[in-house]
Design a protein around this ligand. Structure first.
Ligand SMILES: Nc1ncnc2c1ncn2[C@@H]1O[C@H](COP(=O)(O)OP(=O)(O)OP(=O)(O)O)[C@@H](O)[C@H]1O
Ligand SMILES: [Mg+2]
Length: 503
């Protein structure tokens, strides 16, 4: 009798996993597996249960039901420590770094190389090894720098270095690309391929489907906490995955907008910030969406922060509706009608312990206050409206924001700024970490705002988004605006040419 080759059992198998939170069935009898040397992608809409499944795998969250097997044998995972000992590593969507410790200390936290003198850390060895790991990832970070001074992308790379600094059998990455640039992403993919060769089972979560097709072997789709199916990447398509994720047809087209370009709403003249921004001048008209393109480090976020008063400027002028204004703090900016929606929702965006309703109206309580009292009924109506409009997945508006999935937190930030009724809105990577269905909603919302006369400056690293949404595109390179393209002239190639310093 011919013996069929029996595949080795998957390195990881999760069986019948269920998890309930008050009001939410986050996972419902989910099966999931990864083979050694395989990249298994995990996709689904915001709130589908991806992060919850990974937290259960990591022992960071308890499960109500289900079992976990390594190499076909059931294992006991109820604490992060047990998962670590079994060689399971997770790179979380929300970082777990200690802000005031250096990158190196974070990487080796709890297992620092010991010096000969008992009780002392061998810093030289630690810095050396940490630097090696970081250099291998192809990023430029001095590992002695406290992580609070690193950019979001750099912090992400420190997380990754931390996860791979110990031998892993299973490595899960929860939306690593949400904060990375193309260059860093390619470094990460190179690393993933190397780990694959070493037989590590890799789990890769992302909302950017093109990445799935580039790096993954198979893909698991979740919807509403349930397993929808598993596909070989080579045998599926973007359309099929989207259908499985959202359970209906959606168009990926950018919605059209009837622009009525009005007066200049925001003007920046000769703005300088030493070493960061050089002689920046720009105008955004009412009803216009201006895209701000460039590579990471080009100074786009820095420009947004300078306009918003979050960083000081050395010289230059900002005018609103033609009148010079002084903006020394974000409070000044908000009072003048400028909103900044950032990619860094933890520091500038949200108060995580407060509810969806409270976060929603935080930046504009004035609008809800009558005779010194906040009108609760009105506040609730407003919050309910945004939850509906933006399809925020939450059991109620009274849910603490920290209990929402990452993408849904992002939508709350958006709602908050929409409610300020700002005249000028700066969006910094508005759709990072947002699922395909909700992206389309956000684009429609931006269009509606523009049609109502809001001036929008949109920073985005996703070129299709820049091309699809902007009336005009400004390109930055090394702290300068190096080119302007009209909607008609613009193409991916022309933007990249300017962004990489080609004149
Ligand atoms: N600690 C918690 N308390 C209450 N509900 C929670 C908690 N953690 C997660 N949830 C809920 O469980 C569901 C699944 O969340 P999860 O974070 O796993 O989604 P996700 O697929 O990772 O989404 P995203 O793409 O936005 O990151 C969501 O409805 C979320 O609001
Ligand atoms: Mg998540």
């Amino acid at each position: 009798m011919v013996q069929a080759t029996v595949d080795a059992p998957p390195v990881l198998r999760m069986r019948g996993i269920s998890k309930q939170y008050p009001g939410v069935q986050a996972l419902d009898n989910v099966d999931f597996e990864v083979r050694a040397g395989e990249v298994m992608a995990l996709v689904g809409e915001n709130g589908a249960g991806k992060s919850t499944l990974m937290k259960i795998l990591a022992g960071a969250e308890t499960r109500d039901k289900g079992e976990i097997l390594l190499d076909g044998k059931p294992v006991h995972i109820t604490t992060p420590h047990e998962a670590m000992d079994l060689g399971i590593r997770i790179i979380y969507q929300e970082f777990n770094l200690v802000p005031y410790l250096s990158a190196a200390e974070n990487i080796f936290l709890g297992r620092e190389p010991r010096a000969r003198v008992p009780g002392f850390v061998d810093f030289r060895t630690m810095y050396g090894r940490a630097q090696q790991l970081i250099d291998d990832l192809g990023v430029q970070i001095d590992v002695r720098t406290p992580v609070q001074y690193l950019s979001v992308a750099q912090q992400q790379m420190v997380e990754i270095a931390k996860a791979i600094s110990q031998n892993a059998r299973v490595l899960a990455m929860d939306e690593p690309s949400a904060t990375l640039t193309e260059h860093e992403l390619q470094n990460l993919f190179r690393l993933i391929r190397r780990l694959k060769e070493q037989g590590v089972g890799i789990i890769y979560i992302s909302h950017r489907l093109e990445e799935i097709f580039e790096i993954a072997d198979r893909v698991t789709v979740l919807r509403d906490g349930k397993l929808v199916g598993v596909r070989q990447v080579a045998e599926t398509s973007r359309d099929e995955l989207i259908r499985m994720m959202v359970g209906r047809e959606i168009t990926e087209q950018f919605p059209t907008r009837q622009t009525q370009r009005g007066e200049v709403a925001l003007e920046v003249r000769g703005l300088n910030r030493k070493g960061v921004l050089h002689n920046i001048s720009l105008k955004v008209h009412k009803g216009e969406i201006v895209g701000l393109a460039g590579l990471v480090g080009a100074g786009r976020t820095e420009l947004a922060r300078a306009i918003f008063g979050a960083d000081p400027i050395d010289s230059g002028e900002i005018l609103l509706d033609g009148k010079p204004v002084r903006i020394r703090s974000p409070q000044d900016a908000i009072r003048l009608g400028i909103g900044l929606m950032t990619e860094d929702r933890k520091s500038l965006g949200l108060i995580l312990s407060m509810t969806v309703r409270e976060n929603n109206t935080l930046a504009n309580l004035k609008a809800l206050t009558r005779l010194g009292f906040v009108q609760l009924r009105r506040e609730r109506q407003v919050a309910e409206q945004y939850v509906r409009d933006l399809m925020i997945r939450t059991p109620s508006i009274e849910q603490a924001v920290k209990n929402l999935s990452g993408g849904n937190q992002q939508k709350v930030v958006l709602a908050k700024w929409l409610f300020t009724r700002s005249k000028v809105l700066i969006f910094d990577e508005p759709t990072r970490g947002i699922d395909v269905g909700a992206k389309a909603e956000i684009y429609q919302l931006m269009n509606r705002l523009a049609e109502q006369g809001v001036a929008i400056l949109m920073i985005s690293s996703e070129l299709p988004e820049v091309l699809g949404m902007s009336d005009r595109i400004l390109v930055m390179h090394q702290g300068r605006i190096v080119g302007e393209l009209s909607r008609e002239e613009a193409s991916q190639e022309r933007i990249m040419h300017l962004a990489t310093g080609g004149g």
